[in-house]
Design a protein. Structure first.
Lengths: 51, 913
């Protein structure tokens, strides 16, 4: 049980780190939502201000 | 602003404004207002329930006359009110605000939203509270609302999937923000975990059911509360600071780690229990990983706040979230440490855990939810907002919570210390009495803080237009940089398949749900099933119908929240309560009542521990028999007095007296009479070890002839000064432990005496030998309410012996006439009394072995003339001693009085070793 948990979590972490390290485009893609969230926030604020 | 900066900002504005994102989706402000209002109403009511519950620790009789306001039912409603009423409504309000922003689509339907609102509040929270108060509940932690309410909870989660998850599925976004991941994952996971955690323990008994319950206890916090609070924090921090979070990659790593490890934590609530050790250790490892995951998540949040300390101090909603983030770090690390076996063995079941859970539910979840509500409230046009009052609310809550958590943590350590010793259980209750008072007082600023929060949303200036939080220049620069790079990434990361990110989140919920139940409940359950089949006695009887009904009442009144029914494999537990609980002992427990908290002692071996009338008196009013008990009274189970239980009272009694019966009747434990010195119990005790099967000090041991050869004989000090000191110490001990039955002057007229049969001994009406007193204190008196006190230190027992001696007033020496009557008394005694009391009056006649309480040993106890006369006249109700006034003449009885008094003369002393 312990081995299963340790191996599974380690594998997930390793895979994520590997992808992040090997593909810069992945880094760009995975960070994109934090900007789109801000864009949306700005749109809604602007919409509220217009009202 | 410099010209270059203005140019840059202007260029950024153009870039952003040229985005074609379509019309703004509508936001259901009416539903937001309704859920905010419902959340605050239920919050204040739930906190009031909590304060009443806390007050009852100091004043157990407070509002204790009616079942609707008893401790157990209020406690159920406190936690369920916080969970469903407060946090549920707060999260729903936030979903209506944030889902249209994140999905760029409105929620599915306004009408569905109002239906969900009505289901959540008028089919779950309100009827849940009423049913629990009326006595219809489920005695499972975080699952106290009855099953009929649970059906509506599941319906509500299904509605949430349509209302909030469907917009994401329809939008098919390629860039799903982390808050959306948490919202989708949390809704899906809870929708699946809730029915399993609530229903399965009703169908799967005992230890196997506990494995499922443990999962839900943790899932409720880890997969309902945490994801939604995290969604708020991830949204509110960038929305307020107007800067993107530090790393979206880290936020998703945190998401996956939390969803992977949270469900695997469940069994850490049952460390050292009968659940297979592999599952326990798996949960402990997962708890350690969870701590690491939380460090990652919190680091990301704090780095997102870098350079924004001014905003944190100025913006109260953001300050609420910041406090929540810090609390999350502390409480999660605390949780990971608590799960470790060396810590868990010490602090589990204590108030430390209650402090921990308040830090989680108030410090983390409530602070973040409050921040979320305050944030969105300012952005609803036309609302009022009083910033000064909001600021006061923050400080009252922060101070109250800090005081409460500190106080409960220390109280937990104090309790743990007493439990590790051999001191009687009630000493741990006495030791934390002042901490419970402080805890109650700390609830007042918390209540005031919540009320002020509510007030701050309905007073102050009306916001004519919503606050606009234009993206800062820094963020605009970042967005432009991102726009320039993203085309390059598009070739590798096609948005076609990435648009299914929400499906992955959906799948995560389902997948981890299945994994956690397989690993921590189904597989250990199989193992337990096989073990039970192999070990359980074939003759093990089920509960009778009356005992079953008593079990339901026991659950209804919340008894399992103060009394566990699981003896852990630990020396401290075994020494106090007996051998560790084995899975087969709980094979008929639907649902399990193991409990996760001890205010009172464990009850799993209550069979034969206390007499029937002691139990009834204790249920009617615990302080009649245990002076400093904080247990609530249950007068509604009686018709006005402890000797007149209702049918329900008798059923509870039947159930309590059945606990541990199967084990005792099956002969699993060897009743070691020679237990004056208990064998050394290893730290990690196994049920099969002989040391774990010794008789615990709370179990009465039958004596022959009124005393026990195994009990040490405690002689009071011979030095006069030392004796005075012992008597003084004994008086204090007597007042604390004995006076409720024997009366403050030892005349057997304590508050409990009216309902106890046989009556407590009048200690002034006889001269007791040291052997007799030592044996009674050591073994208790079988067949009476007198328990053994051998868990007290020897010095205390000696002081009690000294004090009881001091109660006796010596009478006149026998006259010549009395000496004559001794010769006449002998044949009378032999003819009428010796069959029980023995030829020499040593209480060892042929019939003595079958009598409980045993006949008096007159060699160890010399009654006063008045007492002996009274007994011969009236007998001793509740014992085998009949009245003799119709069989013997007054002269004969007078002769017998003198004869039995002449028998006194302690036997040869034993060492007690």
């Amino acid at each position: 049980m312990i081995n299963l948990i340790v191996i599974a979590i380690s594998a997930i972490m390793l895979a994520l780190l590997l992808v992040w390290w090997r593909w810069p485009a992945f880094r760009v893609w995975i960070e994109a939502p934090k900007y789109s969230m801000l864009r949306q926030e700005r749109r809604f604020d602007a919409g509220s201000a217009r009202r | 602003m410099t010209t270059s900066a203005q140019n840059l900002t202007s260029r950024n504005e153009r870039v952003i404004n040229t985005q074609t994102l379509g019309a703004l989706p509508s936001i259901e402000y009416g539903l937001i207002r309704a859920h905010v209002f419902a959340s605050l109403v239920t919050l204040v009511i739930s906190v009031l329930f909590g304060i009443l519950v806390a007050t009852k620790f100091t004043f157990p009789e407070f509002l204790g006359g009616h079942g609707w306001l008893t401790w157990g039912r209020l406690r159920y409603n406190h936690t369920q009110g916080i969970f469903f009423g407060w946090l549920g409504n707060a999260f729903l309000a936030f979903f209506y605000y944030v889902v249209p922003r994140l999905a760029n689509r409105p929620v599915l339907s306004r009408r569905l939203g109002w239906f969900l609102f009505w289901v959540w509040n008028f089919a779950v929270v309100l009827p849940g509270w009423v049913l629990v108060a009326a006595g219809f509940s489920q005695p499972l932690e975080w699952a106290e609302f009855p099953l009929v309410v649970d059906a509506f909870v599941v319906l509500a989660f299904v509605l949430m999937v349509f209302e909030f998850v469907l917009p994401f599925l329809k939008a098919r976004l390629s860039d799903l923000y982390v808050s959306a991941w948490y919202i989708i994952g949390g809704i899906i996971f809870t929708m699946l975990a809730y029915p399993v955690g609530n229903l399965v323990p009703e169908l799967v008994p005992g230890a196997r059911g506990a494995a499922f319950s443990g999962l839900w206890i943790h899932d409720a916090v880890g997969l309902f509360v945490t994801p939604f609070a995290a969604a708020i924090a991830y949204y509110l921090i960038p929305a307020t600071t107007r800067r993107a979070i530090f790393s979206h990659f880290l936020s998703l790593v945190g998401f996956w780690l939390l969803f992977f490890t949270y469900p695997l934590n469940g069994t850490h609530h049952y460390v050292y229990s009968a659940i297979p050790m592999a599952a326990q250790k798996g949960a402990i490892v997962a708890s350690a990983y969870l701590g690491m995951a939380v460090i990652l998540v919190v680091t990301n949040w704090l780095l997102s706040l870098r350079g924004s300390s001014g905003t944190v101090s100025k913006d109260v909603p953001l300050r609420f979230v910041w406090f929540g983030v810090v609390s999350y770090l502390v409480v999660s690390l605390q949780g990971s440490i608590q799960a470790l076996m060396p810590v868990n063995r010490f602090i589990h079941f204590t108030d430390w855990v209650i402090g921990h859970s308040h830090l989680a539910m108030i410090g983390f979840a409530s602070f973040i939810a409050l921040g979320g509500i305050a944030h969105l409230w300012q952005r609803i046009p036309g609302t009022r907002y009083n910033e000064r009052m909001m600021n006061w609310s923050f400080w009252l809550l922060a101070v109250g919570l800090t005081l409460m958590v500190t106080d409960l943590t220390i109280a937990g350590l104090v309790e743990a210390q007493v439990w590790q010793s051999s001191a009687p259980w009630i000493d741990s209750v006495r030791a934390v009495g002042s901490y419970w008072l402080v805890r109650t007082l700390s609830g007042l600023p918390i209540l005031a803080g919540f009320v002020l929060f509510w007030t701050s949303l309905v007073t102050g200036p009306r916001l004519s237009e919503a606050i606009t939080s234009g993206t800062s220049r820094v963020a605009s620069e970042s967005i432009v940089a991102f726009e320039n790079v993203s085309p390059a990434s598009a070739t590798l990361f096609s948005t076609d398949w990435l648009s299914y990110a929400h499906v992955v989140a959906f799948g995560a919920g389902v997948g981890f749900f299945a994994l956690s139940f397989l690993v921590l409940a189904i597989l250990p359950g199989k193992e337990l099933e096989a073990e039970i089949k192999q070990v359980a006695p074939v003759t093990m009887a089920t509960l009778t119908a009356s005992e079953q009904r008593g079990r339901v009442i026991y659950g209804r009144e919340g008894c399992a929240y103060c009394h566990t029914q699981q003896i852990r494999s630990l020396a401290a537990d075994v020494r106090r309560f007996g051998a560790p609980t084995e899975p087969w002992e709980t094979k008929y427990d639907y649902p399990q009542l193991w409990g996760t908290r001890r205010i009172g002692p464990d009850l799993s071996r209550e069979f034969n521990l206390h007499s029937r009338d002691w139990q009834l008196t204790h249920l009617y009013n615990p302080r009649l028999v245990v002076r400093d008990s904080v247990m609530p009274p249950y007068p509604w189970l009686f018709d006005g007095s402890p000797s007149q239980p209702t049918q329900e009272g008798l059923e509870v009694l039947a159930y309590i007296q059945s606990l541990g019966r199967a084990r005792q009747l099956s002969g699993f434990d060897h009743q070691t009479l020679a237990s004056s010195v208990q064998p050394e119990t290893p730290d990690m005790a196994m049920a099969s070890e002989p040391s774990a099967r010794a008789t615990p000090p709370t179990v009465p041991i039958a004596m022959m002839g009124g005393y026990s050869l195994t009990a040490p004989v405690l002689h009071p000090a011979s030095d006069r000064d030392d004796l005075q000191e012992e008597v003084s110490r004994g008086r204090t001990l007597f007042a604390a432990n004995c006076a409720s039955c024997h009366g403050s002057a030892g005349r057997g007229d304590g508050k409990a005496s009216a309902s106890l049969l046989p009556k407590p001994a009048n200690l002034t009406a006889a001269l007791f030998s040291d052997e007799r007193l030592s044996s009674v204190l050591w073994n208790g008196v079988a067949g009476s309410a007198m328990p053994p006190w051998r868990q007290l230190p020897t010095e205390d027992l000696r002081a009690l012996v000294a004090y009881i001696h001091s109660l006796h007033v010596p009478g006149a020496t026998p006259s010549t006439q009395e000496a004559t009557s001794l010769n006449e008394g002998k044949p009378l005694f032999a003819a009428n009394c010796a069959s029980c009391h023995g030829d020499t009056g040593a209480g060892n006649g042929p019939a003595a072995g079958a009598l409980a309480p045993p006949p008096t040993n007159f060699r160890l106890k010399k009654p006063t003339q008045e007492r002996a006369w009274d007994v011969l006249e009236n007998g001793v109700p509740g014992t085998a001693m009949p009245p003799w006034r119709s069989q013997l003449s007054a002269d004969q009885r007078r002769v017998l009085v003198e004869f039995v008094r002449s028998l006194y003369g302690p036997p040869q002393e034993n060492s007690g070793q």
